[in-house]
Design a protein around this ligand. Structure first.
Ligand SMILES: Nc1ncnc2c1ncn2[C@@H]1O[C@H](COP(=O)(O)OP(=O)(O)OP(=O)(O)O)[C@@H](O)[C@H]1O
Ligand SMILES: [Mg+2]
Length: 256
């Protein structure tokens, strides 16, 4: 739960002289489902990497009063900033509960797993309920559906009580039903936390975004409500160069 906002100002990230993010500013507040979109290579993941300490950035990324840039990864996590990756990073051979235990910083022996849910922490219980995984406690993460794996990753962030969730393409590869369930989940989570979603799925973005920032070649191309960015000719041009492209949900995108 947080009242603080995430405010990114003039963020720049260079890789050996190549400017991946060239002065990007945006903010995200609790209560909104904030989207960051843009074509391949626009710099979306790099923004998240810089905010979470995985890439070296200049400028500023503040969570409330706290500056995140320049801090070590684990310190940023401790401030309540959590993220997911474009490819799911759960432990496939461990069960859902074991994954959540690890996220919570607990070790549970194989024997204790045989016991019932009496042993489950309230925070884990809540995260399971919230993400619809309560029935999968003892399922090895490796055999979860693609959607469930993403929800497990989100559950892991909830168990850590992340105040900021930075989600990199959470619905890529999901079925339509899983997308809808994820959108609803993000809405619920966003009521009390900061949720920033990187996505290529325009239909998903239109349904769930409260505000959108469009990146292109490391810069902010457009920013505003879904209606604002859809009506922006610059955005239409980038998305396949036709006025219809963004409206019909055809991102300029290789398939994953
Ligand atoms: N570690 C790195 N070293 C060098 N260049 C990098 C590195 N990481 C990213 N880049 C480059 O920076 C640019 C932005 O990459 P980034 O991954 O942030 O894009 P993206 O918007 O997330 O794209 P996608 O939609 O394909 O995930 C790209 O040109 C990419 O090749
Ligand atoms: Mg990316």
């Amino acid at each position: 739960m947080t009242d603080a906002s995430l405010v990114v100002t003039d963020l720049r990230v260079e890789f050996s002289g190549f400017v991946a993010v060239g002065g990007v500013s945006f903010d995200a507040h609790p209560g909104e489902v904030r989207f960051l979109i843009g074509p391949n290579g626009a710099g979306k993941t790099t923004c998240i990497d810089a905010i979470t300490g995985l890439a070296k950035g200049t400028g500023s990324a503040r969570l409330g009063e706290k500056e995140l840039l320049g801090k070590q990864v684990h310190k940023i996590v401790r401030l309540g900033v959590g993220r997911t990756f474009q490819t799911a990073s759960v432990f496939d051979e461990l069960t859902v509960l074991q994954n959540l235990d690890i996220a919570a910083g607990r070790h549970r022996s194989a024997l204790s797993l045989l016991r019932t849910r009496r042993g489950v922490d309230p925070s884990i219980e809540q995260a399971l309920e919230e993400t619809g995984l309560a029935g999968e406690l003892t399922t090895p993460a490796g055999i979860l559906s693609h959607g469930q794996k993403q929800w497990l990753e989100i559950a892991m962030l909830l168990v850590q009580d992340a105040k900021v969730l930075l989600l990199d393409e959470p619905v890529a590869g999901m079925s339509q039903d899983e997308r809808t369930a994820t959108g609803e989940l993000l809405r619920r989570i966003a009521a009390k936390r900061i949720v920033l979603v990187v996505e290529h799925d325009m239909d998903f973005m239109r349904r769930y975004a409260t505000r959108v920032t469009v990146l292109h070649q490391g810069k902010v191309l457009s920013q505003g409500t879904v209606a604002d960015v859809q009506a922006d000719p610059k955005v239409q041009e980038v998305y396949l160069g036709t006025a219809d492209a963004i409206a019909v949900g055809t991102p300029n995108r290789k398939e994953d």
